[in-house]
Design a protein around this ligand. Structure first.
Ligand code: PGA
Length: 250
């Protein structure tokens, strides 16, 4: 039985004041979320503040990225150990805004995945195809390639302590959600791809859906057999909407 996991990706949004308000709203309602694990991935600069604010609540903390290096002369980077120092438990790696917006390669993302695990964090590995890739019919190849970058470098066992987020790039921030059937199809493919190497790891792997998931469409998406939660951008900035999604997750 896979515990659903709903994570909010706040991206580069908010102010200290709005972050405090958002967390207060989440804390007020998180008690009604029964089954899903609830995570907020705050901008790094606010992690320390959010870490103190969520203490004692069921809300867990995640970062939006992590350096592939453990320490050293890497100006502007933040290491897994530093994130850990502030109670961060999860780290998003390979978000499309970094793969496509910042030119991160599959190999770099895999290194970040490993660096997160080495620091005791659970990576949330984002994968997903561009619109043109879907139109060309290569969605499965793209997702397999992005998964294989991790599997080939660190072994299928490395997925045991991780979460995968399938996020079709054309659905992120666009209001165009994948239909539950479209999402389920890719989720099932990803699980089967992992199962070719290790059926046990595949059965336990939590695969989130991300891309315009909101309070209105979450229940239908989360009801799909291989969808084990959501990675939520826009709708995670409103406490009520995010909590509705978390409740839909169980
Ligand atoms: P969205 O973003 O929910 O705003 O589409 C999802 C994500 O980028 O993780």
């Amino acid at each position: 039985m896979r515990q659903p996991i709903v994570a909010g990706n706040w991206k580069m949004n908010g102010t200290l004041e709005s972050v405090r308000e958002l967390v207060a709203g989440l804390k007020a309602g998180v008690g009604e979320v029964n089954a899903a694990e609830v995570v907020v991935c705050a901008p790094s600069i606010y992690l320390s503040e959010v870490s103190s604010l969520v203490e004692g609540s069921a809300i867990k903390l995640g970062s939006q990225d992590v350096s592939n290096a453990a320490s050293g002369a890497y100006t502007g980077e933040i290491s897994g150990a530093m994130l850990n120092d502030f109670g961060t438990q999860y780290a998003i790696v390979g978000h499309s805004e970094r793969r496509h917006g910042r030119g991160e390669s599959d190999e770099l993302v895999a290194e970040k995945f490993k660096a997160a695990q080495d620091a005791g964090l659970i990576p949330i590995l984002c994968i997903g195809e561009l619109l043109e890739e879907r139109e060309e019919g290569v969605t499965e190849q793209v997702c397999a390639r992005q998964m294989d970058a991790v599997i080939n470098a660190y072994g299928v066992e490395s997925l045991k302590n991780s979460v995968v987020a399938y996020e079709p790039v054309w659905a992120i921030g666009t209001g165009k959600t994948a239909s539950p059937e479209q999402a389920q199809e890719v989720h099932a493919f990803v699980r089967a791809h992992v199962a070719k190497q290790d059926a046990g790891v595949a059965a336990g792997l939590r695969i989130q859906y991300g891309g315009s998931m909101n309070a209105g469409n979450a229940a239908e998406l989360l009801a799909q057999e291989d969808i084990d939660g959501g990675l939520i951008g826009g709708a995670s900035l409103k406490a009520d909407d995010f909590l509705t999604i978390c409740r839909a997750g169980g």
